[in-house]
Write a new protein. Structure first.
Length: 250
């Protein structure tokens, strides 16, 4: 048992060390170069974010081999869409950033107040969960460019529950992403993520490396309304999302 715990600690140190040493040694100067010289800073930052987390998950796979990964090929082929997914672990948004080079997402407003990190997520085109106070202008700017971003092949991914589920059930859904899909006339992909919480459990610091587990990500529904003739309300779209999860309940 003590050996297992030591292995968990070792893997945790290795994985999280990537966030400091890996960033400083291999990525910090790339971000600075993009900020100074790239013609499209946002897309450059997004690609760098994606590659950074691709390396992170390679490290996870190597150091925690008891966890298998089953990600549908169709998922990585999604383009120009709003992606809705359930939320189980802090690893979830990192996984989506790794999977999609061109991406935007909604981030909790408090993170934009964090020095340096707030600058990074703003430069990457992520936008705050609320547009109140000094974040109003940022929200407006992002919304003004959202349609072009989606039409250009980018994805907006969102965990509409806003927090991690402790039992796998879908909680209350924020309709913000669904309203964006209506406004931009974009298809909505409903994804189901399973068992990331068995690798990195909410409330625990250590990775659970000794658990035999399969992490899966799959498309369970594609909602593409006939926007030209009838645009459904956000409430109707929310009900369709809920029905998709109810039909494929874990």
């Amino acid at each position: 048992m003590r050996v297992d715990r030591l292995n968990d600690l070792f893997v945790t140190i290795i994985c999280w060390a990537w966030f400091t040493l890996g960033f400083i040694l291999f990525f910090s100067w790339r971000y600075v170069a993009c900020a100074l010289f790239a013609k499209e800073t946002e897309s450059s930052f997004q690609r760098l974010n994606s590659r950074f987390y691709q390396v992170f998950f390679r490290i996870v796979r190597i150091t925690a081999p008891s966890h298998k990964w089953n990600i549908d090929d169709e998922v990585t082929g999604i383009r120009s869409a709003v992606i809705i997914c359930n939320h189980l672990s802090y690893l979830d948004p990192l996984l989506f950033i790794a999977l999609f080079e061109r991406h935007r997402t909604i981030v909790k407003t408090r993170f934009f107040r964090v020095p340096i990190f707030g600058w990074f997520i703003k430069k990457a085109g992520y936008f705050p969960a609320t547009g109140e106070g000094r974040f109003t202008r940022m929200m407006i700017e992002q919304m003004e460019t959202m349609e072009g971003f989606l039409q250009g092949g980018g994805n907006l991914f969102v965990f509409p529950e806003g927090t991690r589920s402790r039992d796998g059930r879908i909680g209350n859904l924020n309709r913000g992403a669904l309203k964006i899909a209506r406004l931009c006339r974009a298809p909505i992909y409903v994804l189901q993520l399973a068992h990331t919480n068995n690798l990195f459990t909410p409330g625990k610091f250590l990775f659970q490396t000794r658990v035999k587990n399969t992490i899966s990500l799959k498309i369970i529904d594609r909602i593409e309304p006939d926007y030209q003739h009838h645009t459904p309300s956000a409430a109707v779209l929310e009900q369709q999302v809920r029905e998709a999860y109810k039909a494929r309940r874990l």
